[in-house]
Design a protein around this ligand. Sequence first.
Ligand SMILES: Nc1nc2c(c(=O)[nH]1)N[C@H]1C(S)=C(S)[C@@H](COP(=O)(O)OP(=O)(O)OC[C@H]3O[C@@H](n4cnc5c(=O)[nH]c(N)nc54)[C@H](O)[C@@H]3O)O[C@H]1N2
Ligand SMILES: Nc1nc2c(c(=O)[nH]1)N[C@H]1C(S)=C(S)[C@@H](COP(=O)(O)OP(=O)(O)OC[C@H]3O[C@@H](n4cnc5c(=O)[nH]c(N)nc54)[C@H](O)[C@@H]3O)O[C@H]1N2
Ligand SMILES: [Mo]
Length: 782
Amino acid sequence: MAHREDRSAVTAYPTSSHWGTYEVLVRDGTVVDVRPDPADPAPSPMIRNAPAAQHHATRVAQPVVRRRWLENGPGPDDRRGDPDDEYVAVGWETALDLLAAELDRVRREHGNTAIYGGSYGWASAGRLHHSQSQLHRFLNIIGGYTRSRNTYSHAAVEVLFPHVVGARGGYELLRRPPTWRAIAEHTDLLVSFGGLRVSNMWNASGGRAAHTAEPELLVAARGGVRMVSVSPLRDDTPAGAAAEWLPISPGTDTAVLLALMHTLFEEGLADTGFLDRYTVGAAELRGYVTGDVDGIAKSPEWAAELSGLPADALRDLARRMAAGRTLVNVGWSVQRARHGEQPLWAGIALAACLGQIGLPGGGFATGYGSMGSYGGGATPDALPTLPQGANPVDSVIPVARVSDMLLHPGAPFDFDGRRLRYPDIRLVYWSGGNPFHHHQDLNRLSRAFGRPETVVVHETHWTATARHADIVLPSTTSLERDDIAASQGDLRLRAMPRAVPPHGAARDEYDMFAGLAERLGVGKEFTEGRTSAEWLTHLYEEWRGRLRASGVEVPPPFAEFWAAGGVPMPGRIEPTTLFGEFRADPGAHPLGTPSGRIELYSATIAGFGYPDCPGRPTWLDSEERLGSARSRRWPLLLIANQPTGRLHSQQDMGAHSRSEKVAGRAPIRMHPADAAARGLTDGDVVRVVNDRGSCLAGVRTSTDLRRGVVQLATGAWFDPSAAPDLSCVHGNPNVLTSDVGTSALSHGCTGQLALVEVERFDGTPPPVRVFAPPRITPAREA
Ligand SMILES: Nc1nc2c(c(=O)[nH]1)N[C@H]1C(S)=C(S)[C@@H](COP(=O)(O)OP(=O)(O)OC[C@H]3O[C@@H](n4cnc5c(=O)[nH]c(N)nc54)[C@H](O)[C@@H]3O)O[C@H]1N2
Ligand SMILES: Nc1nc2c(c(=O)[nH]1)N[C@H]1C(S)=C(S)[C@@H](COP(=O)(O)OP(=O)(O)OC[C@H]3O[C@@H](n4cnc5c(=O)[nH]c(N)nc54)[C@H](O)[C@@H]3O)O[C@H]1N2
Ligand SMILES: [Mo]
């Protein structure tokens, strides 16, 4: 008989990820390839990570319990995170029985405050199967948990701006900025601190129907909007934008912003009419800028010393800013550093001096170039969302204080005017996040994870966080479940049909929590009697009801939506202006601040008395800066920014992410002169080191970096090593970053900048082991 070729059919399934809407090609239950959505003008290469990630050896395939926890019972254990630790596979019944009993023990013996359920992280796109929503709903129903506030992305934005422009104003800054199209139409000059990074705009939290940001940015640039990128990296703006590059020394933006104001005041270019009518504290600010307050004029010469940017260039920039419609953008990276509140406050102060806040395409913004949704329009607030219920426990930490909390139960700390105490955490529950990706000083975090009695992690993959857990439950990926997707400002609400069956024994988190809730006697409260399929319809129909009530056009019923694969997002708006109503009539539309105006001086913040966040924008020096005392020992300033290969740590084993590695390690970019000074060239494996830790990385030289700066993006899977002089063999920069907050005001993440030294690694580098699963003893039960 002739050989018959077995070519089973390939089926294309539309799906949605944070990095875009695309199609997976499936044959016999396996994702074999991907292709961009035909309607996407600028698809992300990150979609190429999906096939390998979906079926990788590091998928968590069954519920497991760490052997030492199983044998010794709950308790602190410094061995958590040991790469040689051993796990025992158990059946779902055993896993859920054990976990339900442990949750019940902890809440009875220590109260629900002892459960930390902040569980920060991006998880996957999808409105129903959103990990954190599922976990928080469950924990609220069983009596509550200690939660976290704000984000790693922009905590300083979230905490500062309610004081400066009111809560509503802070919200609008993040959610309703002028669109790229409005910038194209109205803006003459866009000055962006932290660049406008194309790879960052590939992502939007919840995913977006199409990548519109880069194409619209380029239309604006080609249509005549001048763009100035104040940033240590030249390639923080797309080449096609022909942006001017001001290669600032990182961490000195506040000095530059103050110097720009200095020129405006000195040359009579400041809009005093605007300052008088719409702000409070302008006199105070002016006194500080001119030096009347402290004897130091914040002149361009003064800022040039700190920033490395020529004084003339700053003076010239200030004049050009005053000469036309100017938008000042402070990217989120700039606040992800010590005193990160200051460049934000100084940025809006500069825009106030220019007098253009409230005019189309002018004023201040924070987020262009940081996220694909920023400048992409706005939608009515309430997308279809799983209700989380109320948390009966009032216990909270700023999100990036997790190690402090675990290491110092009971210790007092200040936070946005309040004095709080760290709770005594006995059980840590994480689902949909990877703190061993996102947190700073991972060696310290690893010690902190040794303190609780039990650590529970739901994961799709064996991340370093899963490897610090006592109980690991295998979650389905978003390709393995039916869901619906949309982000704020999105163009469409999309159906995400299941493309492949669950990997191994993986389950939807909804079903895990339903099983736990059942065991704790609150099954009905959690499910409300619905299956996850019924919840999908319910969330959609509830959303339609809300739209109808608010008078917005109503999309078709669920079945029609699902069959069509999506519906255009109803009620979209395309803002041209921020604070337009306030500008038109500040009496009728005051800001939600004590004065009703923009607070360039805040009596509230001044009243907190925080030395690291005074009552007006202030230049506060930081150790993690070129030229600091610390830089004599650690002379290179590492930028730990967002990776181009993936979203954070997700799908690091995927084809696109791996294609960027050098000798299997995360790439570290260096200026050729900095490399040559150390005898390094392209392809070398190096040890990146400071007094907090060290990691291996692979050298890539580039003149796109300012000298003295090296770049090692986040997200290489943390691969701890037994060698005392090597914390990670793969290249996770968070072994080098400092676990200190922006200030007592917001305690934001400061992971962007860290001083280091880079040296050749001689000999054979230890192998990367983190892409193999841990040791698991097979299940004893069926
Ligand atoms: N040094 C430094 N550090 C930083 C930053 C920086 O600039 N510099 N940036 C910070 C920022 S802005 C952020 S937002 C954070 C991001 O930090 P994270 O959001 O924690 O990073 P992710 O890698 O996206 O983690 C999401 C995890 O969820 C898992 N996951 C995906 N889908 C599911 C699911 O359906 N169920 C479950 N249970 N798990 C799922 C993924 O496998 C992954 O491990 O990092 C921060 N860390
Ligand atoms: N591809 C990809 N895209 C992403 C993400 C991802 O993981 N991968 N993560 C998403 C998330 S959660 C977030 S919050 C956003 C973050 O968005 P951002 O915070 O804007 O992104 P970063 O890449 O951290 O930083 C952008 C640039 O800021 C510059 N920079 C660093 N320090 C300084 C400084 O002191 N001064 C100045 N002027 N510039 C500086 C660096 O050159 C860096 O490339 O990105 C989102 N987009
Ligand atoms: Mo973020």
